[in-house]
Design a protein around this ligand. Structure first.
Ligand SMILES: NC(=O)c1ccc[n+]([C@@H]2O[C@H](COP(=O)([O-])OP(=O)(O)OC[C@H]3O[C@@H](n4cnc5c(N)ncnc54)[C@H](O)[C@@H]3O)[C@@H](O)[C@H]2O)c1
Length: 363
């Protein structure tokens, strides 16, 4: 008597009549089985006589089934649509890593000129990534990103990451608007703020349990760290979902911080940067000597003044202001030189001049 498979996946379980012989039966099961998306998956196979075997998935998997489009958060929730507010240094970086992970991305800017500049920033970064062989097709990634000026375009997003200027009043106003616009009842509103307490943004909404800090580092496609900052009112399940999203979908390393100005990294980094500015301000050392000291003496990839220029001197000052506001410690107070440079529009790399000059063959 031939040994017939009793079941092999759902398809074979439903079979009433069987072709003759075990080989024919296995072939029929292979044809009818509903294979999972992952390649090389095997299903158990049993015969009437109790023999065990396996059905191996040898079918080629279409490329779109293995591309991580629509990514699963912990707890089985899937995120496909992400929104980003702001397309400056950080917003563009967050949009880029999201699109590279296969997500559908909408980025909102405050004006058409800023949207155009943001799109160009994204395109240039993706072209560089393609040239270095980090992504196969920059145009395909860019196609997944819409840069617009209408905040309503964020209505259907599952997660929105706010990355606008480091200005508390502007962020509070935006969170109030996002709360009214974003429709999904379980959508998460995250902020990339470097220093503003998350609670101040959370209470501007009617859903503080779904608001948290998700603090990326610059440049976002290069630096793997993300600080996860739940407020006292954030639902722990929401924090876990977002942790899973940052780790599994975006491939980031996540550390946890309490909701205190500056979180973990900036609370340590900003006083260091401000001390370097004070050294230059007092004539103690030149920017070049300060930076060279840290690159050659401490193996830092760049010195503190080059780093302040990269972060943006306006952002550096704004973070210092928030830290000083929170802790009232003199080490967080922005030195006058930093304030004057910001007044003068010397913002670092993004304006072409800070402690150094940029562009046209310079740094
Ligand atoms: N620069 C860094 O190294 C760094 C690192 C981590 C976090 N952050 C934080 O990320 C946020 C953004 O910083 P950035 O360096 O990208 O600043 P940025 O100045 O480069 O970009 C801010 C962008 O926000 C846009 N914007 C302003 N108001 C807006 C609004 N209401 N709606 C939509 N867009 C608006 C501006 O047009 C600008 O393009 C800040 O909260 C900052 O503290 C910055």
């Amino acid at each position: 008597m031939s040994r017939l498979p009793l079941w092999a996946g759902r398809a074979c379980a439903r079979r009433a009549t069987r072709p003759a012989g075990p080989r024919a039966e296995v072939a029929a099961c292979r044809r009818r089985a509903i294979w999972p998306a992952a390649p090389h998956v095997s299903l158990p196979l049993f015969t009437r006589a109790g023999q065990r075997g396996v059905l191996r998935n040898r079918r080629p998997v279409p490329p779109q089934r293995v591309t991580p489009v629509g990514c699963h958060l912990q707890g089985g929730v899937s995120v496909k649509k992400i929104g980003v507010a702001g397309c400056g240094l950080m917003g563009a970086g967050i949009a880029e890593v999201s699109a590279r992970a296969g997500l559908d991305v909408v980025v909102v800017e405050s004006s058409q000129a800023a949207a155009d500049a943001g799109r160009e920033r994204l395109a240039a970064s993706l072209r560089r990534a393609e040239a270095k062989g980090k992504i196969p097709d920059a145009a395909a990634v860019l196609d997944r990103i819409d840069v617009v000026t209408d905040l309503e375009a964020l209505a259907d997003r599952e997660i929105v990451v706010e990355a606008i200027v480091e200005d508390e009043a502007a962020k509070v106003e935006l969170f109030g608007k996002l709360d009214r616009i974003v429709t999904a009842p379980d959508a998460v509103l995250a902020s990339n703020t470097s220093s503003i307490p998350i609670m101040k943004l959370a209470v501007a909404t009617s859903r503080p349990s779904q608001v948290l800090g998700l603090h990326f580092f610059n440049p976002v496609p290069v630096l793997s760290l993300v600080e996860l900052v739940p407020s006292l009112l954030t639902d722990p399940e929401v924090a876990e979902r977002v942790r899973g999203f940052a780790r599994d979908t975006l491939g980031k390393h996540v550390i946890h911080s309490q909701d205190r100005a500056g979180f973990v990294v900036n609370a340590l980094l900003i006083p260091f940067l401000l001390s370097a500015v004070r050294m230059v301000e007092s004539g103690f050392a030149t920017p070049e000597d300060v930076d060279e000291g840290f690159v050659r003496g401490c193996a830092h990839p760049q010195g503190p003044l080059a780093l302040a220029d990269l972060i943006g001197l306006d952002t550096t000052k704004a973070v210092a202001d928030s830290l000083y506001e929170e802790f009232k410690e003199p080490l967080y107070a922005p030195p006058p030189l930093l304030a004057r440079m910001v007044d003068a529009g010397l913002l670092g790399r993004k304006s072409g001049r800070g402690f150094y000059r940029y562009g046209e063959g310079r740094r």
